[in-house]
Design a protein around this ligand. Sequence first.
Ligand code: SF4
Ligand code: SF4
Length: 106
Amino acid sequence: MPEKDNKNSNNSTATLTNYNVCEGIETEIKTKNNITIKEVSGKGKKEDVKIDIIVNYCKGCEICVAFCPEAVLVMNKEVAEVIDISKCTKCNICEYLCPDFSISVE
Ligand code: SF4
Ligand code: SF4
């Protein structure tokens, strides 16, 4: 099992770290009860979109990356990551195909 980027072991409170991946996109890393969620939000192709990836659950199978018709996702250290949310059409294919319920789009 590859080591995941989840160094925060605080079990009781959420820790938020905000940074911009690039202009117009906001990413928050939330950690609570040892579960780390990367939350990326911004303007998609049609409307605002938010993509959550649960880092701990992602096993790096690359299915979401391979089947996203808009090349929104990439792999980064064996965890899926949003590379260009502006192309996302909210088709939810990534969410439907993820075998570990690691990614959600709303
Ligand atoms: S399909 Fe799910 S488990 Fe596989 S890389 Fe994507 S988010 Fe991770
Ligand atoms: S919702 Fe569709 S377009 Fe957006 S990341 Fe998932 S598969 Fe790609």
